[in-house]
Structures are given as C-alpha cells and as structure tokens.
Design a binder for this molecule. Structure first.
Ligand code: UT7
Length: 339
C-alpha cells in the first residue's frame, strides 16, 4: 500500500537503549545501615542489589546515554527527531531536564519536555508521544524513563529504602502504517483519592516577605510510602486494567509473548501473571539486579530483553505501569526493531 499521510496512523517501536549507574548497593550492604537482611528483602521483594548514582554520574547523563543507544539502534540521524519526552519525578532541573538531553543528543530539530507520573511515567510518556505521531506532523520520537529516587529516599526507613534504585531506559518510536502499528491498545487511570499511599511532597515553610505578607519556601520531604496499601492496589488494579486492555484489543492472554510489568516487587509480578495463567517464563523481570527504578523500569527491562534476543521482531508484549498518584496504565505493544 502507498504510505500516504492518511494511512500513516501506526506507531512502530524501532529502537531501545538503557543505562544504569556503576555503583552497586547489595542487600547485605543495606543491612549495615538499617535493620534488615538479605533473606527478608529477597523473600518479600525479589531484589538482591540496586544501582545508585554516585559522584561522577548524573541522571541527565544516564538518560542521554539511554536515548543515544535507542537512537543508534534505530539508525536515525539525531536531526530527524521531532520529539523527546523525559518521564521522571527526579529531574536534575525542575524547569525541565528534557532540553538538556536534547542538546546532548544533538537533536536540534526536536522539542523536548519532562512529564511526571511517578512509576507510570514511562508508559504515560510513550502513549503521549504516540498521540503526537498519530495526529500531528511529527514522525520520530524518543521516549525516556529515568529516575534517581536514591536522592529522595529516607535511607533510615527500612520499609522503603530497600526497594528503590536508579536507572534510565529509552525507546525510539516512529510513525508507520496502520498495518505495522506497534501500539495496539492502551488504558490510563489515576485516583487522587488514594494519593496518600505514596508521596514525594513539598513541605512548605511560611516566611516573612514584607509587613503582613508571607511567602512559602518549599523543600521536598523524603518518600513516604504505605507499602501494604500500594501492594494491594497493584495486585487488584493491574489485572483489571490488563483484562480491559486485552478485551479492547480482542487478544487472549495466551497469545502474548511477554508480560512486561513495572518492576516493583517480584510477588506483584507473579500474582498478576497467575491471574492470567501466564507462565512465569513469559514474565520479564530484572528487579533482582536493579530494584524499582520508577519511570525507568519498563524501558530498562525492554532494552535488556531486546539486546539479549529474548524479545524478537513481531513479539506481542502486554505492559503495565503503576505507582504514585495513584496512577496506573497498560499498553499492548508489538516490538518491530530496526529495519
Ligand atoms: O512503584 C511502586 C512503589 N511501591 C511499591 O511497589 C510497594 C509495594 N509494597 C511492597 O512491595 C511491600 O509492601 C513491601 C516490600 C514494601 C513490604 O513487604 P510486606 O510484606 O508488606 O511487609 P510489611 O510492611 O507488612 O512488614 C512485615 C514485617 C513488619 O514487622 P512486624 O511489624 O510484623 O513485626 C515490618 O516491621 O516486616 C518488617 N519489615 C522489615 N524487616 C526487615 C519491614 N521492612 C523490613 C525490612 N527488613 N526492610
């Protein structure tokens, strides 16, 4: 079929990349700081170690590296990129870290901005970027998920500090024909009523400005998490949204090649897989090595499985992101890879 603009309504996933800090922090090492131990963390979460950004690294650096690898796999000239979205809750610059990544990639013709939706961020950014490609003039986008939650953790709170790590992942997507579409369906949800389960809130102090006038001076408090509530939310809502996604796409769970969930806790991954009778070999997991890297988990896992050839061109992947907000979402993807 002739590829006229009218039938270029699909999105192809053609490249991926990722980057993690060089510094590791094992469960045993964490036990030197808080009252915890390797077997508790492994049994309750599946995590063995995580990566933490150290002196000579930055989140911007990791995200740029991940984006650059995705660009390289796609075989694109940086000047051909129209859009770069960075999903993060921990930007190096709150005014926007995306433009700095754009500059380092040499993507001179792109527009770049940040999007914040915690652990759902990458999925929401991917869906957002896809809308620009489907409806507008844009043809190529890089979507990056990266977080440095190590900078926002209370390292003396053993209920939360064991979970998180730092990292970045990216995908390259481009406009394609409807027949080659790789974003087959998606769903997004949020529920601010349940926001207090997981927060990274600004604490405001009221300081005098002029006589009878004050201003609020803010600084961020460490992550506050009710782990049990977040756990219950995930094992209830993720199967529901995945079931709704599969119904919309008219796909049976046994047709899926891979289940790619936000890497929060191995027990959550197993529980969701069991609800759909998906064998555990089809459940992608690397959280033992990296912990929960927030917006990075999905592209970091995708890139690993693409590069070690587990994910093959044409594979059907059900993915779901979930976390603070509360927010959650799901998408049915078909990996194309570079042409
Ligand atoms: O992107 C989303 C981010 N958040 C999540 O994914 C969080 C989801 N929730 C979870 O993954 C789990 O709730 C946790 C891993 C955080 C906790 O596991 P749990 O099975 O829900 O443990 P719990 O909070 O019910 O604690 C059980 C016990 C408690 O002792 P008592 O009160 O029963 O005596 C805790 O004090 O384990 C204790 N405990 C620990 N012990 C050793 C809590 N944290 C630790 C620890 N090491 N790090």
């Amino acid at each position: 079929m002739l590829e006229t603009p009218e039938n270029l309504s699909g999105i192809a996933l053609v490249g991926s990349g990722s980057a993690v800090p060089s510094q590791t922090l094992s469960n045993e090492e964490l036990g030197l700081r808080v009252e915890t131990n390797d077997s508790w963390i492994r049994e309750r979460t599946g995590i063995e170690t995580r990566r933490i950004i150290s002196k000579n690294e930055t989140l911007t650096g990791l995200c740029s590296k991940a984006g650059s690898k995705a660009l390289e796999m796609a075989g694109w000239d940086p000047s051909s990129i129209d859009l770069i979205i960075l999903a993060t809750s921990t930007p190096d610059d709150l005014f926007g870290t995306g433009p700095e990544i754009q500059a380092s990639l040499g993507a001179n013709n792109a527009v770049s901005f940040d999007l914040t939706a915690a652990c759902s961020g990458f999925l929401f950014a991917l869906i957002t970027a896809a809308q620009f490609l489907k409806n507008g003039e844009m043809k190529r986008a890089i979507v990056i998920g990266g977080d440095q939650l190590s900078s926002c953790i209370d390292w003396d709170d053993r209920r939360s500090c064991i979970l998180f790590g730092d990292g970045a992942g990216a995908v390259a997507i481009e406009k394609t024909t409807a027949e080659k579409n790789g974003l087959l369906a998606f769903k997004m949800k949020s529920d601010g009523q349940r926001r207090s389960c997981l927060n990274l809130r600004q604490f405001s102090e009221h300081l005098p400005l002029l006589k009878e006038k004050t201003y609020q001076k803010g600084s961020y408090q460490p992550i506050q998490m009710n782990g049990q509530e977040v756990y219950k939310f995930a094992v209830k809502e993720v199967p529901l949204i995945l079931a709704s996604l599969l119904k919309t796409a008219q796909i049976e769970a046994d047709s899926l090649n891979w289940l790619l969930l936000h890497q929060a806790n191995q027990r959550i991954l197993d529980s969701v897989a069991d609800r759909f009778s998906i064998p555990h070999e089809k459940v992608l997991s690397n959280l033992s090595k990296y912990g929960n890297t927030s917006a990075a988990t999905i592209p970091l896992m995708l890139d690993e499985a693409v590069r070690d050839s587990r994910i093959q061109p044409g594979d059907l992947i059900a993915t779901s992101g979930f976390g603070a907000g509360l927010s959650w979402g799901a998408a049915l993807l078909r990996w194309q890879g570079p042409s």
